[in-house]
Write a protein that binds this ligand. Structure first.
Ligand code: NAG
Ligand code: NAG
Ligand code: NAG
Ligand code: NAG
Length: 485
C-alpha cells in the first residue's frame, strides 16, 4: 500500500516535465518549499514560497496558510475559488495575498508590512476531497538595534571601566571591542537580555588605561551590512568628578542663599501676623522633621546581582504525579532521572514542582551536572518555569508562546534560552543553575551559582497566571538533576 503510493508519486514526478500547467488535479501531490528560513526585514514585503509538485491548476482546491499553533484562524484561507474573509487571523487582514499564480501550481504567500510578531513558522496546506499535503516555511527577521551607547566610570587601580550597550536586536548580535589600530580586544563580559517583543539588548564592559588620544570602538553587528558602531576616548572619570564637585558647591551656595531668604521672609511675617505665623512655622518645622525621618524607598532588586536574589531561596519539591513516565522522581521530590521505559508517553520529558507562584519573588537552585553516573557528563537538561495551564503534551513546542520559559543544555549545541528562535547564551561551564522568578517585575533570571554571575533574564513572563518550576533531566540521559536545599 505504502510503496504503491510512493511509486505513484515517483511516476508522477517523472512525468512532471511533460505536464503543462492547466492539467487537472492529480490524485496525489506533494509540496515544494525552501529548506532554510526566509529572511526579511521589519516593514518589508516578503514571499513565503510553496509550490505544488507536479505543477497543476490549484484553483479548485483549498489553500490554507497558518501559523503552526493556529490552524483554526489562518493567515490566509482560499477556498471555493476565492480568498475567504473568515475565519482568518485579524493580524494578517489586508496584508496577505497569493501572487504566484494558482493556475500554475504556485501557492506562495506574499506578506506585506512585516511586523515583529510575524516571525516564526508558517504552514502551507493544500487539500481537495481526496488528498492533502502540508509543508512548513520559517520566516525569520534581522532587526538592527540602536547605536551603542558608551560610558566611562572609574575601574579602580588607575584604570577606567568602559561600558557599551545597545538595544533592539534580533537575532542575537555580536559585540566587538576594537582599539585605535582596529585590533579586536578579547572580552568575556557580554550580557544579553530580551524585551517583551523578544528583541535583544546587549551590554559589555572593559577595563583599560585612561587615554586622551587612543579611542576605543564598540561594534554591535549581525552581518557586515547590519552593524552599528560608536567610539569613545576613555578619559579619566576624574574630570567628571571635578565638574560634579563644582556643581555641588554651587548648589549648596544656592541652597544657603535660598534658606536665608526664607528665614527673612518668615521673620517678616512673624512681626506682622504674630499669632497666625506661629502655627504656620510649627507646621513648616513638622514637615521638615517628617521628611528627614522618612524611610528611604525600598530598593528594587538588582536582577544582575546573584547575592541579592539568593535571599529569596525557597524549598521546592517535584510533583511526581506530573512527571513523564520515563522520569523517576526520588529523594523526597528533590531528584529527577530519566529511566528507559514507557517511551510511548506523549508528554514533555519533564516534571513540575508542587509549588506554584503568582506573586512576589522566588529563587531556587538546580544541580544540572552529575558525574556519578557513567563516565561522561550530562547530555541534556532544561530548567525554568511553566504556566500552570501550559499544554502538557509534546505536540506543542517548549516556547514562551506555549507557556514555557527555560534555559537548556544539549551536548554539542551548548546553552540556550527558548526564545523563538532560541538564543544561545555565552556560558562555558555550568553545574548549578540559580532560577529567580520575580512575578512583580514579570521577569525570570538564570544565574551561574558557582561563579555567582547572571546568565540571562526574560522580561516578558506574563503573570496573569501562576507559574510552576519545571525540571527536565533530558531524554535518554541517565544523569539526574537535583534541587539543592
Ligand atoms: C513602512 O513602509 C511603508 C511603505 O512601504 C511606509 O509608508 C511606512 O512609513 C513604513 N513604516 C515604518 C515604520 O517604517
Ligand atoms: C511563485 O510565486 C512567487 C510570488 O510571486 C515567486 O516569487 C516565485 O518565483 C514563484 N515560483 C516559481 C517557481 O515561479
Ligand atoms: C564595570 O561596570 C559595569 C557596569 O557598567 C559593572 O557591572 C562591572 O562590575 C564594572 N567592572 C569593574 C571591574 O568595576
Ligand atoms: C541576518 O543575521 C544573521 C545572524 O546574525 C547573519 O548571519 C545574516 O548574514 C544576516 N542576514 C543579512 C541579509 O544580513
Amino acid at each position: 500500500m505504502q510503496s504503491g503510493v510512493c511509486l505513484r508519486v515517483l511516476l508522477l514526478a517523472a512525468f512532471t516535465v511533460t505536464i503543462t500547467a492547466q492539467k487537472p488535479a492529480p490524485e496525489v501531490f506533494t509540496l515544494t518549499v525552501p529548506n532554510g528560513p526566509i529572511l526579511t526585514r521589519l516593514n518589508a514585503s516578503v514571499t513565503l514560497p510553496c509550490e505544488l509538485s507536479p505543477l497543476f491548476n490549484v484553483e479548485p482546491l483549498e489553500v490554507r496558510w497558518y501559523r503552526s499553533e493556529n490552524s483554526n484562524s489562518p493567515a490566509l484561507l482560499y477556498k471555493d475559488h476565492k480568498i475567504q474573509e473568515a475565519p482568518v487571523d485579524p493580524r494578517y487582514r489586508g496584508r496577505v495575498s497569493l501572487t504566484g499564480g494558482l493556475e500554475r501550481g504556485n501557492v506562495s504567500l506574499t506578506l506585506e508590512r512585516v511586523t515583529l510578531e510575524d516571525r516564526g513558522e508558517y504552514v502551507c496546506h493544500v487539500s481537495n476531497e481526496r488528498w492533502y499535503e502540508k509543508a512548513n516555511v520559517y520566516l525569520s527577521m534581522n532587526v538592527t538595534g540602536s547605536a551603542p551607547v558608551l560610558s566611562v566610570a572609574s575601574g579602580g587601580g588607575g584604570q577606567v571601566n568602559v561600558t557599551c550597550s545597545s538595544e533592539g536586536w534580533s537575532p542575537q548580535p555580536k559585540l566587538t571591542w576594537r582599539n585605535k589600530e582596529g585590533t579586536e580586544i578579547k572580552n568575556e563580559h557580554v550580557l544579553f537580555t530580551s524585551d517583551s517583543q523578544g528583541l535583544l539588548s546587549v551590554s559589555s564592559w572593559l577595563l583599560c588605561s585612561p587615554s586622551d588620544s587612543d579611542w576605543l570602538s564598540c561594534t554591535v553587528s549581525l552581518s557586515e551590512e547590519e552593524k552599528r558602531e560608536s567610539r569613545i576616548l576613555p578619559h579619566k572619570p576624574g574630570a567628571w568628578r571635578e565638574a560634579f564637585i563644582v556643581t555641588l558647591v554651587l548648589s549648596l551656595l544656592l541652597l544657603c542663599a535660598l534658606s536665608t531668604v526664607v528665614c527673612i521672609l518668615l521673620k517678616h511675617r512673624d512681626q506682622t501676623k504674630l499669632e497666625q505665623s506661629k502655627s504656620e512655622t510649627k507646621i513648616l518645622f513638622k514637615v521638615t522633621e517628617n521628611s528627614q525621618e522618612e524611610q528611604p524607598v525600598k530598593e528594587g532588586i538588582n536582577l544582575q546581582d546573584w547575592r541579592q536574589v539568593k535571599g529569596f531561596k525557597e524549598n521546592i519539591t517535584m510533583d511526581e504525579k506530573t512527571a513523564h513516565s520515563a522520569i523517576r522522581v526520588t529523594q523526597e521530590g528533590k531528584t529527577a532521572q530519566y529511566i528507559k521505559e514507557k517511551e510511548t508517553d506523549r508528554r514533555h520529558p519533564h516534571v513540575l514542582a508542587n509549588q506554584s507562584f503568582g506573586s512576589e519573588q522566588h529563587y531556587w537552585e538546580v544541580k544540572v551536572r552529575d558525574e556519578t553516573v557513567g563516565d561522561c557528563g550530562q547530555l541534556s537538561w532544561y530548567v525554568g518555569v511553566a504556566k500552570d495551564n501550559a499544554e502538557r503534551t509534546s505536540t506543542v513546542r517548549v516556547t514562551p508562546l506555549h507557556g514555557f520559559w527555560i534555559l537548556s543544555y544539549e551536548e554539542g549545541k551548548g546553552f540556550h534560552v527558548n526564545t523563538d528562535p532560541p538564543t544561545s547564551v555565552p556560558v562555558i561551564d555550568l553545574s548549578v543553575v540559580g532560577v529567580f522568578l520575580d512575578c512583580d517585575k514579570q521577569s525570570l533570571s538564570f544565574y551561574n551559582v558557582d561563579t555567582e554571575s547572571h546568565i540571562y533574564t526574560f522580561w516578558n513572563v506574563v503573570t496573569s497566571y501562576k507559574f510552576l518550576p519545571v525540571f527536565s533531566p533530558g531524554q535518554h540521559d541517565p544523569h539526574p538533576i537535583t534541587i539543592l536545599n
